[in-house]
Design a protein around this ligand. Structure first.
Ligand SMILES: Nc1ncnc2c1ncn2[C@@H]1O[C@H](COP(=O)(O)OP(=O)(O)O)[C@@H](O)[C@H]1O
Ligand SMILES: [Mg+2]
Length: 256
C-alpha cells in the first residue's frame, strides 16, 4: 500500500535522508526506530506530503505523492493520518474538544450534523474518553487524554495508514503501555496499516511486525520483529539501541 523508493531529502545543503527504501502492506505494521536527529520526522513529513523529497518516489495505493492540487491532497490526507509527539498544536486551543473533532469531518467528509456527532461519540468511546470532555477546551485535558483525543481525531477519518511519530514519548510508563495497547487493539479491529516512529526500541515488540532501523538519515537494516533478539544477525547499531533500552528497563524496574 505504501512504497518509499530511493528517497533523498536535502535541507539547506545537508542530506537529511539518504536512499530510504521500504514498503508497508495492507494492514501491515512497521516501526521506524532511530536516535533523535536520524531523520524519522522528516520522513513522516514527506509521506504526509508536507514536504517534497529531493529525489525518489513515494507511492500510496498506486498513486504518486501529490505535488500540487488541493483535490489530490484532500484524498491523501483522508487516507493517511498522522499523530505527533508534540500534540499541543493538533487541537485548536480556542475551540471546544467537540469543535476540534468536528472540524476535519466538516472539511473532509460529506457527513451531516447528526452523523458527525455520532462519529465523534463512536471514536471517543473507542479511545476511552468520556463524553462530557467534549465541552472542554483541549487545554483542560491531561496529557494522556489529549493524546487519545488526537488519536480519535485521526481515526475518525477512517485512514488506511496511521503514522504515529513519537506518540508516547511524553507520557509516563503506565500511560505509554495503555496507549500502545490501545493502538494494538485498534489496528487489529480496523485493519489499518501502521507506521510507528520511535526512538525507543522497547515499545515495538507486540505492536509492529517489522522494524526499520535508521541512523544519520540512512537505513541501517530492516527485519522481522521476532528476529530482534537474534543478535548475530543484527547490525551492531541495532544491538546498541537494544542494549540501551534494556538498561532503561532495568532502571525503570527499580521504581515499579
Ligand atoms: N526544516 C529544517 N531545517 C533544517 N534542518 C532540519 C529541518 N528539519 C529537520 N532538520 C534536521 O534534520 C535532521 C533530522 O531531523 P528529524 O527528521 O526531526 O529527526 P528525528 O525525527 O529522527 O529526531 C536533524 O539534524 C534536524 O536538525
Ligand atoms: Mg522526530
Amino acid at each position: 500500500m505504501l512504497q518509499v523508493q530511493q528517497v533523498f531529502k536535502e535541507i539547506n545543503g545537508r542530506q537529511i535522508l539518504k536512499d530510504i527504501n521500504f514498503s508497508i502492506e495492507d494492514g501491515g505494521s512497521l516501526a521506524i526506530v532511530g536516535e533523535s536527529g536520524s531523520g524519522k520526522s522528516t520522513l513522516a513529513q514527506l509521506i504526509m506530503a508536507l514536504k517534497q523529497p529531493t529525489s525518489g518516489q513515494i507511492i500510496f495505493n498506486g498513486r504518486n505523492l501529490p505535488s500540487k492540487g488541493i483535490k489530490s491532497y484532500k484524498a491523501w490526507y483522508r487516507d493517511i493520518q498522522i499523530i505527533f509527539q508534540n500534540t499541543a498544536s493538533t487541537l485548536n486551543p480556542s475551540m471546544s474538544l467537540f469543535q476540534c473533532l468536528e472540524e476535519p469531518l466538516i472539511n473532509f467528509t460529506n457527513l451531516n450534523r447528526t452523523e458527525r456527532k455520532n462519529r465523534i461519540l463512536e471514536y471517543l468511546g473507542k479511545v476511552g474518553l468520556r463524553e462530557d470532555l467534549l465541552r472542554n477546551r483541549p487545554g483542560k485535558l491531561s496529557g494522556g487524554q489529549y493524546q487519545r483525543a488526537c488519536l480519535a481525531k485521526a481515526l475518525m477519518m477512517n485512514p488506511k495508514l496511521l503514522i504515529c511519530d513519537e506518540v508516547v514519548s511524553n507520557l509516563d510508563i503506565v500511560l505509554q503501555q495503555q496507549m500502545i495497547e490501545l493502538l494494538m487493539s485498534i489496528q487489529k479491529e480496523q485493519g489499518l496499516s501502521l507506521l510507528f516512529i520511535t526512538h525507543d526500541l522497547s515499545l515495538v515488540p507486540g505492536l509492529c511486525t517489522d522494524i526499520l532501523v535508521m541512523k544519520d538519515g540512512k537505513k541501517v537494516e530492516q527485519f522481522n520483529t521476532t528476529d530482534l533478539h537474534h543478535e548475530r544477525e543484527r547490525d551492531a547499531y541495532t544491538i546498541t539501541l537494544l542494549k540501551s533500552t534494556e538498561m532503561l528497563e532495568t532502571a525503570w524496574k527499580k521504581y515499579l
